[in-house]
Design a protein around this ligand. Structure first.
Ligand code: HXC
Ligand code: NAP
Length: 310
């Protein structure tokens, strides 16, 4: 089912007409909602994933859902496993046959929670070959063509806030995303003067079937039997992210309207990664707790004062 109406988007109809965007992993979850926003705003969008049936069904769904919209774009599904460099080259050749891309979203990922000591080499590779190697090779295949043809483009990578503060029990994902964070900064400088800019988005929790099945395994919500759980109380804004908020940020970074933004990783997490040094939970206190704390601190101060000799 399509997610958005134009009221969910911050932008004018037709904003992305003439843009051609590839979104890896665009058949589901966050990739799908970014694809939907781009199509609604007039872009030609390509989505890829290993499950050809899923990307084709999503493309059909998005095209049908917004068929009547003025200036609407179009979505095409392409089956591709980004762990295979030859498959990437073939996909990019196919896409380029219709014209050069103007934007790329590195969104495809694999993840699961595991104690790090339980990981096998294949388990580590299962994640890093998608996120770290796969995203790099997609970027490289596009980048070589943009440079050779002198084309401008915007690349965004979907990371996590773990790139700043680590990801216990998700170490292969956190390491791989951190690598993409450095790719973003490095290529922003290396290719920036040739019109190719790089930015990244670090989302907090946005409930999706794919993420919840691997990060909250066995829960009713991961099995699709219950709605997503209430937000983690430590999130300063007190709620999970909304899909339209993520989609609006992605459109902003893809569009030439943000042309001077380069090399940035933008968190969209309600402020969670800042943590507040552990004091964030004090937001739950009321007058009684603050009065009790003040009294306790003042009696500790008085005790110390009584022992002072100067
Ligand atoms: C330990 C595990 C494991 C687990 C798999 N493996 N799951 N090890 N704990 N839970 C090991 C297997 O035992 C095997 O190693 C190796 O990984 C490969 O497993 P396969 O099942 O053959 O892998 P494959 O079919 O290639 O699937 C890749 C996958 C899978 C990454 C494991 O989860 C996948 O396809 N994911 C795609 C979608 C996804 O993950 N979406 C969530 C993104 S969410 P051995 O040695 O036994 O052979 C996200 C959120 C971030 O990133 C932030 C939220 C706030
Ligand atoms: P998702 O629905 O599981 O999306 C992952 C997508 O990647 C799937 O469509 C999957 O399709 C595709 N994919 C996986 N391996 C691939 C491969 N080898 N080649 C091509 N495509 C591949 O999960 P999501 O929650 O939307 O996650 C999307 C992105 O957001 C990820 O980068 C994730 O790390 C990031 N993120 C999500 C959250 C959140 O709360 N949801 C928070 C922070 C960051 P196939 O299985 O068909 O290949």
């Amino acid at each position: 089912m399509a997610e958005f109406s134009m009221d969910d988007l911050m932008f004018r109809p037709g904003l992305m007409q003439g843009q051609r965007i590839l979104i890896t992993g665009g058949g589901t979850g966050l990739g799908k909602v970014m694809a939907e926003a781009c199509v609604m705003l007039g872009a030609q969008v390509y989505i890829c994933g290993r499950r050809g049936g899923v990307v084709e069904a999503t493309a059909k769904e998005l095209n049908e859902a917004h068929a009547g919209l003025a200036g609407v774009g179009h979505c095409t599904g392409v089956a591709c496993d980004i762990r295979v460099p030859e498959a990437i080259a073939e996909m990019i050749d196919t896409v380029w046959a219709d014209g050069p891309l103007t934007g790329l979203v590195n969104n495809a990922a694999g993840n699961f929670i595991s104690r790090t000591e339980d990981l096998s080499a294949r388990g580590f590779d299962a994640i890093s070959n998608i996120v770290f190697r796969g995203s790099f090779f997609v970027t490289l295949e596009c980048g070589k063509r943009w440079l050779a043809q002198g084309k401008h483009a915007s690349v965004i990578s979907i990371l996590t806030t773990w790139v700043w503060n680590g990801g216990p029990f998700t170490v292969p994902s956190a390491m791989s995303k951190a690598g993409l964070n450095v790719m973003t900064q490095s290529l922003a400088v290396e290719w920036g003067n040739r019109g190719i800019r790089f930015n990244a988005i670090a989302p907090g929790p946005f409930p999706t079937e794919g993420a919840w099945a691997r990060l909250n395994p066995g829960s009713a919500e991961a099995d699709g039997a219950a709605p997503p759980p209430p937000a983690d109380p430590t999130i300063p804004l007190g709620r999970n992210g909304e899909m339209r908020e993520l989609a609006n940020l992605a459109v902003y970074l893809l569009d030439p309207g943000s042309a001077y933004v380069n090399g940035q990783t933008i968190a969209i997490d309600g402020g969670s990664h800042l943590g507040g040094g552990g004091f964030g939970r004090l937001a739950e206190w009321g007058d009684a707790e603050w009065a009790a704390a003040r009294n306790a601190i003042q009696s500790a101060n008085e005790k110390d004062r009584a022992q002072r000799t100067v």
